[in-house]
Design a protein around this ligand. Structure first.
Ligand code: KIV
Length: 258
């Protein structure tokens, strides 16, 4: 049962790769669950994929709670992870607890928060209060203003050493998983070796314990910038637009209703 975090820990020990996909609504959550994904992430990429925003910074806690609730209704088997959005957790561990508890009450099995060493105290605080946490490091999209864009991280030896130290500190503080985004494959492989908890990669090479992609990238539905590391398994936008065009034509041509 992928919902159980111990399943993930066992998978790491056994060398079994785990899969995760984002979802933001009930129909896609059901499909991901039925397709056998090990985890579904209600990501704050919601702002970009669903709301057409340029980044994730505008996503509110209320939106995350709402979408976590509707995704939770579609997921019975997979682990359900939900993002703490920008501005909902950084001030203090207590602020993070209040926000995380709302996501857990909406159905999340584990919450994810972005940030390295400055989040150690918060992760320890949440972990001690019954909230499992996944730490997200590397290209953390909530820091896009600070990074000056969606830029790969950990490229210099100093930056790589910092990320490695962050991953160890976050896992030691109680993080149950570490998600690494857009960092060198060799660094992600090394972090996966040194931390005891499962790692999940996105644009971080093949040697992490699991892989996550954004649903709209996988299904060819992303109307914005598709990262180079993503893989589309379907040209969903073309197929769906053609179906909608057929319906419009049928109405005009009086072929619908029959
Ligand atoms: O919000 C999101 O979709 C994410 C993934 C990119 C990992 O955090």
């Amino acid at each position: 049962m992928s919902k159980n975090l111990e399943t993930w820990e066992k998978a790491k020990r056994d060398g079994v790769k785990m899969s995760m996909i984002t979802a933001y609504d009930y129909p896609f959550a059901r499909m991901a669950d039925a397709a056998g994904l090990d985890a579904v992430l209600v990501g704050d990429s919601l702002g970009m994929m669903v709301a057409g925003e340029a980044d994730t910074l505008g996503v509110s806690l209320e939106q995350m709670v709402y979408h976590t609730g509707i995704v939770a209704r579609g997921v019975t088997r997979a682990l359900l992870m939900a993002d703490l959005p920008f501005g909902s957790f950084e001030e203090s561990p207590a602020q993070a607890f209040n926000a995380a508890a709302r996501l857990v009450k909406a159905g999340a099995d584990i919450v994810k928060l972005e940030g390295g060493a400055p989040m150690v105290e918060t992760i320890a605080y949440l972990s001690a209060r019954a909230i499992p946490v996944c730490a997200h490091i590397g290209l953390t999209p909530q820091h896009v203003r600070q990074f000056g864009g969606f830029k790969r991280q950990g490229k210099t030896p100093e930056a790589a050493a910092r990320l490695r130290a962050d991953a160890i500190a976050l896992a030691d503080a109680g993080a149950r998983m570490v998600l690494m985004e857009a960092i060198p494959a060799a660094l992600a492989a090394e972090i996966t070796q040194v931390v005891a908890v499962p790692t999940i990669g996105i644009g971080a090479g093949p040697d992490t314990d699991g892989q996550v992609l954004v649903l709209h990238d996988v299904l060819g539905l992303n109307a914005g910038r598709v990262p180079g590391f993503a893989r589309a398994y379907l040209d969903g936008a073309t197929l769906m637009q053609a179906a909608l065009a057929r319906f419009a034509e049928d109405v005009k041509g009086r072929a619908f209703p029959a």
